[in-house]
Design a protein around this ligand. Structure first.
Ligand code: NAD
Length: 238
């Protein structure tokens, strides 16, 4: 079985995608047909969709909230939280996922570059911080408004919008000596470029997933297998 050694000098940057939550029962986004849980992303995950039909968008993310609440962290989420406990501030996790399974497994040093299901924010980007919101909305009339009058929208980076925390992410990639990427198809940008940035900074780059991603040639190691099976035994921390 492949093992990745982590020395006292290493700093680890981890990028996770929908595949790490697949074994928790949450469907991945299928780049080949553009479907996420049976919905076309153009219908429910774009700024145009929000302008055209906010009710359909809230319905989609309400369904994702309901599914996310039922799901439990799997051994892959737990292995990453355990690695963080060993490495402290030499570990940084960036997830493309909008579920909260990493937090529920115990991860603390993490950012959600594509937003969080359990939050909402003003559609007018008026400057107020996102608020916690786990409501399962049945109709648009139930959705609240900001003090400025704007409707609350999901705190999700729709396709075509700029991801969150990019400055911090770039800084952490620049410091990393090892990048581990788990369960992401390499089709959503800029996340698919992170491995190239890490290579330019001289880091080892490891991919874990059942099939090679589109950007597989940029990895120094590709470990084929399910995250929940591979991650628990992958690291040897010296
Ligand atoms: P993707 O759906 O495009 O690709 C998923 C990848 O996971 C595939 O390469 C697949 O081979 C791999 N995979 C499947 N089962 C796996 C397993 N058991 N272990 C490891 N890997 C496995 O995912 P993406 O690249 O993350 O892009 C999806 C986009 O859609 C993201 O931006 C994300 O915000 C959103 N999304 C989020 C969730 C979530 O929060 N759980 C779910 C679906 C989609």
């Amino acid at each position: 079985m492949t093992q990745i050694s982590i020395t006292a000098k290493d700093r680890v940057f981890v990028l996770t995608g929908a595949g790490i939550s697949a074994e928790s029962g949450l469907p991945t986004f299928r780049a080949e047909d553009g479907l996420w849980a049976g919905h076309s992303v153009e219908e429910v995950c774009t700024p145009e969709a929000w302008r055209r039909n906010p009710e359909a968008v809230w319905q989609f993310y309400s369904e994702r909230r309901a599914a996310g609440e039922k799901a439990m962290p799997n051994p892959a989420h737990i292995a990453l939280a355990e690695l963080e406990a060993k490495l402290g501030n030499r570990f940084f996790l960036c997830t493309q996922n909008v579920d909260d399974l990493h937090e529920r497994a115990g991860s603390e040093r993490l950012v959600h570059m594509h937003g969080e299901l359990a939050k909402a924010r003003c559609e007018r980007e008026c400057g107020r911080s996102p608020v916690e919101d786990r409501t399962i909305y049945r109709s648009l009339s139930e959705v609240g408004h900001c003090f400025c009058g704007g409707r609350l929208r999901p705190h999700i980076v729709f396709f075509g919008e700029i991801p969150l925390e990019m400055e911090l992410i770039q800084e952490e990639i620049g410091k990393a000596t090892l990048m581990l990427v788990v369960g992401t198809s390499g089709s959503v940008y800029p996340a698919a470029n992170f491995v190239h940035w890490a290579r330019m900074a001289g880091a080892r780059t490891v991919y874990v997933g059942p099939e090679p991603p589109l950007n597989a040639s940029a990895f120094t190691h590709v470990v084929e297998g399910k995250a929940g099976v591979v991650l628990p035994g992958l690291f040897q921390v010296e």
